[in-house]
Design a protein around this ligand. Structure first.
Ligand code: NAD
Length: 341
């Protein structure tokens, strides 16, 4: 196994790893351990070049630093990427080599699940390292907790933008009925909200119609639903300069990562249009909070900790109003202040 350190300004540690025996080609970036060990998922993706994989791991690890700092957790930001074809069957020896790579950082990087890495893959990686979170015997599937955190965030948003203190009769257009989206739709429906959802997987659409009695529309039509809230719970980059000018929603609040195609420009565009945007890395922090509380603090009661999400959102909206800056920018300011303190 060939592990090489790469020097990148403003990143504490970055490594590349090639392991001809297993076929592993991977990077780990530790952006910051200023507040605690650098935590972040392992992403497996069909990167076209090492440069593309390196750029991704750098961008994602920095985002994790902001997410943890904004959430108010004693965690830093890190990430790992594996260069492989997601459609090929994963080789156990490659995942075990990844475990050895993670172990070589001695706990400064704490791994977790991310795109194309399943709970089964995590169990294999864990045979070679104890610096891994989100295992079945540990904090497990974070999705219901993430949905719970998003619901708490939505409650702050309706108070802020609609002057409402409960969700009864509030209309929500929800995109994606996967692990988080389905749980969120259920919580919203129980709270009295009127949910309209879109999902590309017909089995999930059917399940939601039957089990939750919610209305569904085609994926193209979800942006045109007459609703107070748009809750993106599918992919990133769904809001951009072409569709933001046409939106009629009052609030954007959902679980998806990187909802804005261009963070800075789209954050400003939403702000100028007076559409309240709950920064995704603040409102979807439930999964990270779950890991922190259950795997690191070894506590069981995540619920109390989830209150950090509404608390932080209130603070961000207050900075946004006071400084006349968009909420995404206010969230970054809050994170940077915590990193300096
Ligand atoms: P998931 O894959 O289970 O669900 C995503 C769903 O979106 C899938 O069912 C997919 O078919 C659907 N989808 C994809 N494109 C769509 C489209 N154009 N229109 C409608 N539906 C579409 O993933 P998940 O774990 O539920 O996560 C959802 C999002 O939240 C992701 O962006 C993820 O990164 C983010 N997130 C998840 C967690 C968590 O705890 N799982 C935590 C933080 C952030």
């Amino acid at each position: 196994m060939n592990i090489k350190r790469i020097s990148i300004p403003q990143f504490e540690e970055v490594y590349s790893c090639t392991d001809p025996g297993s076929g592993l080609r991977a990077f780990i970036a530790v952006h910051s351990t200023r507040l605690g060990p650098a935590c972040g998922g392992i992403r497996l993706w069909h990167y076209r070049s090492e440069e593309e994989a390196l750029n991704d791991v750098l961008r994602l690890s920095k985002a994790m630093t902001y997410k943890a700092a904004c959430a108010g957790l004693a965690l830093g930001g890190g990430k790992a990427v594996i260069m492989a074809d997601p459609n090929e069957p994963k080789l156990e020896k490659m995942l075990r080599a990844m475990g050895k790579f993670i172990d070589s950082l001695g706990g400064r990087y704490l791994a977790a699940e991310d795109a194309r890495i399943t709970p089964d893959d995590l169990e294999i990686i864990a045979k070679e390292t104890r610096f891994i979170t989100g295992l079945r015997k540990g904090s497990g599937d974070p999705s219901p907790i993430t949905a719970n955190g998003v619901l708490r965030g939505i409650n702050v948003c309706i108070e802020e933008a609609l002057g409402r203190t409960n969700l009864s009769g509030v209309t929500v257009a929800l995109q994606g009925l996967g692990h988080v989206g389905f749980s969120l739709a259920k919580l919203l429906a129980h709270a009295g909200a009127k949910v309209t959802a879109a999902e590309i997987n017909p089995k999930l659409t059917e399940k939601a119609r039957k089990e939750l009695s919610i209305h569904t529309v085609s994926p193209e039509d979800i942006f045109h639903v007459d609703a107070d809230i748009f809750a993106p719970c599918a992919l990133g980059g769904v809001l951009h300069q072409d569709n933001i000018p046409k939106l009629t929603f009052r609030i954007i609040a959902g679980a998806a990562n990187n909802q804005l195609e261009n963070q800075e420009l789209n954050d400003r565009l939403l702000f100028d249009r007076k559409i309240l945007y709950a920064p995704d890395f603040v409102i979807n922090a439930g999964g990270l909070i779950n890991i922190y509380v259950r795997d690191i603090l070894k506590e069981k009661d995540v619920n109390t900790w989830l209150e950090l999400i509404p608390k932080n959102l209130r603070e961000i909206f207050s900075i946004s109003k006071r400084e006349k800056i968009p909420p995404g920018e206010a969230a970054i300011r809050l994170a940077e202040a915590r990193l300096k303190s």
